[in-house]
Design a protein around this ligand. Structure first.
Ligand code: CA
Length: 636
């Protein structure tokens, strides 16, 4: 089978399998296996007692029979629930063993797949579980990005299931001084969607050594359709992680919170040992004629989404999470390495049963070597080709506080008023690369790079803490009131900082300790932190209360939004129907002339919310230094 061109029309015509039964399909009386391995000379199904690779507990080896389109099948009578399995493929006379790319459960570290009756993992009343925000649009969403461990690892969280999916099911948890933590805290914050960092089975944490300190963000996929074992109370028994992740999702839904999964289809943990690449050598990854891996991901390999069976795999995988786990949204890591055809195909497939599901991702343009011509990548610049997919706006992120690539650079909230025009476009949800608010995710910080407060501290080391907080709040007010989809990194609202043992800011904490990464719940005992939390909550309530801030289309924005004259170019005043928002990034208070009428103030330097702070009747209003003011016309 040497020199096969996997991307040739002939290969794709002969070997594209379109059925829905890849993997192990369990029933009480038999389990049916189907694997795609078109270049194999022979395929064997290995059944094992346990999920631990290397254990001498082989139950049986079964020769699989070649079937249509390069697939191989086997049927094993009897109830195989909880039996582990792998495939051995013989290619060019050499035999290699691999996990099933379509594994739905697996043993420790994801080396062996497990046959599973998925129904036994369903929480009570799972059939009635639904997305609490199903009827809403993406611009109604408020996205909150969290790592599973970060919410519970701090002792002050008083969460019992530390670092586990189940940690997000605990209610009534409080700091020693009585401030809510964990799920209660997130619920009170008022966000709509909890976006969890990778929760599928990833490779950088050893699930067999969980008593030792380990941390990783998890952007290194091993089994795409299986939950991560280190987040389960038992990574050895495949059903446990499935049950506990479903329980977490159900509890979040019951508490009014939708769940977004961070998915990483653009690359795998290790291309050579990735099961799909063992079963069909090199098929899953972009490799050139000289055997060189494309590396636009900067993680060693790029996924060949343009190949028919990779495209099918990604579509099947996303659909599976939506169907089986009731996932309400997907955040794509480096969508710019995945072709627009695959992105649109997966959205179309998920939408058939789940029109509520939202899609967004990183649309940076990355250097990648496609294996076929004629494809465009899902980047910001191609956003018109993926109308139902939103992209992170680095335009607002960097406009607010300076480019993440140049630490010394400042932005609108850190005394650099050159970005004023950029910020004005972002307030309308119209960065240069996209005019649709439904396709624009607005934010100031995420897991990558310094936290918002740390970045402000780096650029303004001599500013007082109060001043830094004011700059942080101004940034929050701008992206929370912008047209588009607001997003925040968990803890930004309580001035999260990532500092190592020596007191240095950590810019990339992907493998840092829990101490660097976890949410520090004790800070909630301090007044400035409580007040900033209250301010964020108020901004969230205000956004939710006003549909004028959540237009889905550029046409609605253009018809209803207009900028007003201000005394200084860097002071922005934007009126959207009855709402007037003013942003003053300078060190001096500024007087603004209000349009005709009576105006209620809902947001100022200190407060934000849905209760009027004061009423101003026609005339001038003073907007404090480094602050936002939001007013609502009482007559309109
Ligand atoms: Ca794992």
């Amino acid at each position: 089978m040497k020199n096969v061109n996997y991307s040739s029309p002939e290969f794709e015509k002969t070997y594209t399998y379109t059925g829905a039964d890849l993997g192990a399909v369990w029933s009480e009386k038999e389990t049916r296996f189907r694997v795609w391995a078109p270049t194999a000379e022979a395929v064997t199904l290995n059944l094992y007692e346990s999920g631990t690779a290397g254990t001498e507990d082989l139950l049986e080896k079964i020769s699989m029979q070649p079937d249509v389109n390069g697939t191989w099948i086997a049927v094993k009578p009897g109830n195989l629930n909880h039996v582990y399995y792998t495939y051995s493929v013989t290619i060019d006379g050499k035999e290699k063993e691999a996990c099933d790319p379509y594994a739905k459960a697996c043993g420790v570290n994801g080396r062996r797949a497990m046959v599973l009756n998925l129904e036994e993992t369903d929480p009570t009343d799972w059939e009635n579980d639904k997305d609490p925000h199903a009827a809403e649009r993406i611009t109604d969403a408020i996205l909150y990005e969290l790592h599973v461990r970060d919410v519970s690892m701090d002792a002050a969280s008083q969460i019992v299931n530390k670092g586990k999916f189940l940690g997000l099911t605990e209610t009534g948890t409080k700091t020693p001084s009585g401030q809510p933590t964990g799920l209660d805290y997130i619920k009170e914050l008022g966000i709509t969607h909890l976006h969890l960092l990778p929760s599928f089975d990833y490779g950088s944490v050893d699930e067999a050594r969980l008593s030792e300190p380990q941390f990783n963000w998890g952007y290194d996929p091993v089994n795409y359709n299986v939950p991560e074992g280190s987040y389960a109370t038992d990574p050895y028994h495949g059903e446990v992680r499935v049950r506990e992740m479903k329980q977490m999702i159900k509890t979040l839904h019951e508490n009014g919170i939708s769940v977004v999964m961070d998915v990483v289809y653009n690359h795998v943990h290790d291309a050579e040992s990735f099961c799909f690449n063992i079963l069909v050598p090199g098929y899953f990854s972009r490799i050139d004629a000289n055997g060189i891996y494309s590396n636009g991901s900067f993680c060693g390999n790029d996924t060949a989404s343009e190949r028919s069976m990779v495209k099918k795999f990604i579509v099947d995988s996303v659909s599976y999470w939506a169907d089986e786990y009731h996932i309400d949204g997907f955040r794509f890591d480096l969508a710019g390495l995945i072709d627009t055809e695959t992105i649109n195909a997966l959205i179309a497939e998920v939408e058939k049963k789940h029109p509520n599901v939202i899609f967004y991702g990183e649309g940076w343009t990355m250097p990648t070597n496609l294996t076929k011509a004629g494809y465009t990548m899902a980047t910001q610049l191609n956003s018109d080709k993926t109308p139902k997919f939103a992209y992170f706006s680095d335009t607002i992120r960097d406009g607010l506080k300076g480019s993440v690539l140049r630490e010394e650079e400042t932005g609108y909230v850190t005394d650099n008023f050159e970005t004023t025009e950029q910020i004005k476009k972002c307030l309308l949800g119209q960065a240069d690369w996209c005019k649709s608010p439904s396709q624009t995710v607005n934010y100031a910080s995420c897991h990558d790079n310094n936290t918002l407060l740390d970045r402000i501290s780096i650029n303004m080391p001599n500013a007082s803490f109060e001043e830094k907080v004011a700059r942080n709040r101004l940034a929050a007010a701008i992206y929370m009131l912008s047209q588009g989809v607001p997003f925040l990194q968990a803890g930004e609202e309580i001035l999260r900082t990532k500092v190592d043992e020596s007191g240095n800011f950590v810019e990339n904490s992907y493998a840092s300790s829990d101490l660097v990464n976890c949410i520090k719940w004790k800070t909630l005992d301090e007044k400035m932190y409580q007040e900033t939390l209250a301010y964020y909550k108020g901004l969230i309530r205000f956004r939710k209360a006003h549909e004028e801030l959540r237009y889905a289309t550029a046409e609605e924005v253009e018809a209803n939004a207009k900028f007003l004259e201000t005394p200084f170019a860097y002071v922005i005043a934007l009126q959207v129907k009855k709402i007037l928002m003013v942003f003053n990034p300078s060190m001096e208070a500024v007087e603004i002339e209000l349009p005709e009428g009576s105006w209620d103030v809902y947001v100022d330097a200190e407060h934000a919310g849905t209760e009027s702070i004061k009423t101003i009747v026609t005339g001038m209003v003073s907007v404090d230094a480094i602050s936002a003011m939001v007013l609502v016309n009482t007559a309109l």
